[in-house]
Design a protein around this ligand. Sequence first.
Ligand SMILES: [Cu+2]
Length: 568
Amino acid sequence: MNKSINLSRRRFFAKTGAGLLVGAGLPSWLQAMEGMSEMPKRAPNKASPNFHPDVEIDLLTKPSTISILPGQPTQVLQYVAKLIKGPANTVTEIPGSYLGPILRFEKGQKIRINLRSELNEPTITHWHGLHVPALMDGHPLYAIDKVQVFVYEFEMLNRASMSIYHPHPHNMTASQVYHGLAGAILVTDPEEQRLGLPNGEYEIPLVIQDRRFDDNNQLVYASHMRDRMMGFYGDRILINGRPDFNLDVASRAYRFRILNGSTARIYKLAWDDNSPITVIGTEGGLLESPVHKPYVMLAPGERLDVWADFSGRNVGSQLVLRSRSFSGVLPKMATRMHQMALPVGSDYPLLTVKVTRQVSDSPALPNSLSTYHHYQISDTVNPNNPVPIAISEGPMSMLLNGRPYAYNDVLPSERIPVNTIQLMEIFHAHGGSGGHGDDKSKEQGEGMQHGNDKPQAEGHKMGGMGMMGGEGMAGMGTMMSMAHPIHLHGQSFQILSRSIGAAESEDYATVKDGFIEGGFKDTVLVMPGERVKIIKPFQDFKGLFMYHCHNLEHEDMGMGMMRDFSVE
Ligand SMILES: [Cu+2]
């Protein structure tokens, strides 16, 4: 087993209530998870002499300090980029931010990125949203140690869209992202350029994160069992790495490229004057035409392309982007037990826009943005047999398809023939809506029973005995059930349908008008009791492509909501 991973897990367990379990002997399911987290090591990829890049970047990941709050500077981890070759606008620093620089690429560019680590623990960078070969995807298998260099070489196949770069080492993603390692990628293409959307100073990336600081301005991270179970929640909102974010604008239209870079917090974006939010794109790029929403949900890993028009507003006027109130995304049991400083689903401000300049000219919102194929069931190779992504939730582990992450532990349903388009279904295997129990989930349940089936079975038994009191197994599902932003690596997908059980419909009503359905996505928020059918292409590249919960505390820290698809 990789020693540093093992140590960091031990340290984590020692810091939390789970530390007690070590003394008592680990329960067998946890032992299984410990043993199964072993990840073989691969030599870092080197530059290929046959690859002739249009763009080359040196990307360094290192410990750093930066002033965030008044007083003492904050220790962070940071990406630093240096452009070696390519257009000058490829790398744009965000002044005063721990976030990595904005990386701008064009469709069709050949890109080389030399990632060098100065971290004291393994790391590897994943290009969340980009369609790249498995070797270039930042799989934890390729994690590098201090002073090692991993060379990425790929062609930009994505259409115009916003993606993210962030670390993806096994069990350390959440902590590295939390401490600062993340940045935005903006890809452009001729279809987007023809639209004449606001650009330059009128196109503003907005990365929303929540953080917690101690009295010395240092970042405080997960230390309690509930942080693993529910995800970690800060008590301060940072935009682009800055607290109390104000944006001075001219009285004209802007393009806001919004990314939820929080590890767990879900937002319900709305303007404080109740004017609609105009969405022109999602993770996979532009929609066919703009949609106007009273509010928009944004879960970790999701992005939004927003048209924000301040024309007609007077100099001195202000508009606040808020997160409005909603319910149902956290386990009812946990919210009953624990009061948060900045409760998830409460109403709070995110950023303030101030009109400081009058201008006479503003671009008009195009009626038509983009054309693309809408996937039909008939496009898929498995119209009657969707690939399952079953979410199971217990107090000690949350799993996908009944199993924690393990390298080379691919279920039959996780083997995907290359160059196919697949129907997939994400659902809660336990609890939540009982009304939809079809043969599919039963089959999946049985599928989990062969091989190492202990994690789920015993995890649930423990919960039933220890934490549930009189509510027992039956109440357990709904009490533990929470929302999960499920992210699939590789190509973007389209949402075919969403359905919700009657028991959850009241909570669902507080979020349902905020989902954008029409476009390409790579992360989808799955509410308790919800079933989401998606259609996803697996084209061009064979190899391991991960799927996982983008609640990063669920993805690692022992919760185990991460698996591989093997495209073969
Ligand atoms: Cu999750």
